[in-house]
Design a protein around this ligand. Structure first.
Ligand SMILES: C[S@@+](CC[C@H](N)C(=O)[O-])C[C@H]1O[C@@H](n2cnc3c(N)ncnc32)[C@H](O)[C@@H]1O
Length: 189
């Protein structure tokens, strides 16, 4: 919640440079945005849950890189950002919450600048090889009806149709955990 190897690995994969703008969709308590801001990246946290935004705002205020962090109300399907305004889009453990993956892809395509990178990851907590399987796997198993089943190749194809190149959608290990992984680079608009 506060920090995670998977968030670090997703940030490394998106690789925003100092001075670039990153949006973390469903940032939660902000493990990736805090890390990005410390690297001099302008980090925008979007989250639909007021309690998450409250905690991250408090965390922002006590942190050194507070000026680099923005916390906004919004969701994957409705990003409160201007067209072609971000260099990197990431999300960690929110895709299974998305109500409308088509709308989410359209929004991600709208806000990403040409050349911008997208890295979308959901950890597989119900995989017995996940280090937190005992703590989280049972939860997802018993509450499965609340989650949608994102198919990485399908989401990658949707990104390609929306104008992304070098798209990837697969299952892999990242930051020591099994994950669903989707990435791409925005082509010219
Ligand atoms: C399991 S937490 C992950 C938080 C953070 N990304 C992390 O890795 O620690 C899931 C987050 O997704 C947010 N969320 C729920 N529905 C969403 C949606 N449709 N779009 C974006 N975020 C959503 C929740 O408010 C919550 O903060």
């Amino acid at each position: 919640m506060w920090d995670s190897d998977v968030n670090r690995a997703v940030l490394d994969a998106a690789d925003p440079a100092p001075g670039e703008t990153l949006v973390d969709i469903g940032a939660g308590f902000g493990p990736a945005v805090v890390r990005a801001a410390k690297r001099g990246v302008h980090a925008i946290a979007v989250d639909p849950t007021p309690s998450m935004r409250r905690v991250l705002n408090l965390r922002r205020l006590v942190g050194r890189a507070r000026d680099e962090i923005e916390v906004l109300d919004g969701a994957a399907e409705s990003l409160p950002l201007a067209d072609s305004s971000v260099d990197a889009v990431i999300t960690v453990n929110t895709m299974h919450h998305w109500s409308d993956p088509s709308a989410a892809v359209a929004e991600i395509a709208r806000v990403t600048r040409p050349g911008g990178r997208v890295v979308l990851v959901d950890e597989l907590f119900d995989d017995p090889t996940h280090p937190r399987f005992d703590a989280e796997g049972g939860y997802q198993h018993h509450h499965h009806h609340e989650f949608i089943d994102i198919d990485p190749p399908d989401l990658a194809a949707r990104l390609a149709a929306a104008g992304f190149t070098d798209t990837v959608g697969d299952h892999r290990r990242l930051g020591g955990a099994p994950v669903k992984y989707v990435s791409g680079r925005r082509g010219d608009v």
